[in-house]
Design a protein. Structure first.
Length: 332
């Protein structure tokens, strides 16, 4: 298959999280053309995962997996001699193309792998959670994310936090008559920025990002409401961190923990370069799919940017990497 052309076909199908139905139908049909038994796992409405296996092995021991959804905005594909551009080119539609190409090569050697393509990874791993309820005999899950073709020894987790501060409205000329929710929120955020976060000698430090701030009514009104959304990248279990967050700002704002994904340590192979994935993946939600391995082409540093791209040479190299890992697992 022409990996670059197939990557561009996928990129040109808009599949921002929540709108993956069209790309799922496309993949289902393309995999059937290649001779796979391709079926949908319904997730929500028309949104569905795609699970494909060879007729020669309906319960493969190895599954290749990645996600079909992308972050906004939609950016159509383009290319030059070296790179493919567009939303999802490296995260993770180029990876879909390489995994299918690798499965095709392995099939010729009598090694049959499953192909699991998921919805919702960029938001809440909804597709992975559904897939985890489906019976399978997979012993190894090779998950694709942009790791620059290096194998991850660990992946950080994530903790999403929502802060809601409440106050009392008043005319801005008489601030003493009101109670500013924005002032409370600002104080809470400053305290959280000063808070010492955990660190792991292998995975690195826990980090915090203030991603969204909103609130207030008008410039001449003392704000009675203000909200912020934060994301912590976890390197350890979150219980102690959650307690410290609440103890630090609980008097200033309501604290809600809206999503928690644990950090995971992963299998590696001698001779392959390694990395630490500071991002989260679907792996924690796929615990029933075997021992996880994380590797894929492209750089996370350009994912989610206006110039997202992947090198064509890295896509080709990833095909061989996926094949090599599958052969090692088969012969182990």
């Amino acid at each position: 298959m022409d990996i670059a052309a197939f990557t561009r076909q996928l990129v040109d199908i808009e599949s921002i999280t929540g709108n993956e139905a069209t790309v799922g139908h496309f993949l289902e049909q393309e995999l059937r053309k290649l001779g796979y038994e391709s079926r949908r796992m319904p997730v929500e409405g028309e949104r569905a995962n795609v699970w494909a296996t060879s007729p020669a092995e309906s319960n493969p021991a190895i599954a290749f997996s990645t996600h079909m959804d992308t972050v906004p905005p939609f950016i159509p594909s383009s290319e030059d001699d070296q790179k493919i551009y567009g939303r999802g080119s490296c995260d993770a539609k180029g990876i879909i193309a390489t995994q299918i190409a690798a499965a095709e090569l392995l099939k010729k050697e009598g090694i049959h792998v499953g192909l699991l393509f998921l919805v919702g990874e960029e938001r809440d791993s909804a597709g992975a959670k559904v897939a985890n309820q489906h019976a399978n005999r997979s012993r190894f899950l090779i998950n694709g994310e942009p790791t620059e073709n290096r194998i991850a020894i660990a992946s950080k987790g994530s903790l999403r936090v929502r802060l809601t501060a409440s106050g009392r409205m008043a005319h801005s000329a008489y601030p003493e008559l009101g109670d500013s929710a924005i002032n409370k929120l600002i104080e809470a955020l400053h305290l959280l920025q000063k808070m010492k976060l955990p660190s792991d000698p292998e995975i690195g430090p826990c980090t915090m990002n203030i991603g969204v701030i909103e609130g207030g009514r008008a410039p001449n009104v003392i704000a009675d409401q203000a909200r912020a959304q934060l994301l912590y990248r976890l390197v350890a279990p979150a219980e102690q961190l959650k307690r410290e967050i609440f103890e630090t700002v609980g008097r200033l704002a309501q604290v809600e923990f809206t999503l928690e994904i644990p950090a995971v340590r992963l299998r590696t192979f001698e001779g392959l370069p390694t990395m630490i994935a500071a991002f989260t993946t679907d792996i924690p939600a796929l615990s029933n799919w075997g021992q996880p391995i994380l590797i894929g082409p492209g750089s996370i540093h350009v994912a989610h940017t206006e110039r997202e791209h992947v090198n064509k040479s890295d896509l080709q190299a990833a095909v061989q990497l996926y094949c090599d890992i599958a052969r090692k697992l088969t012969s182990a």
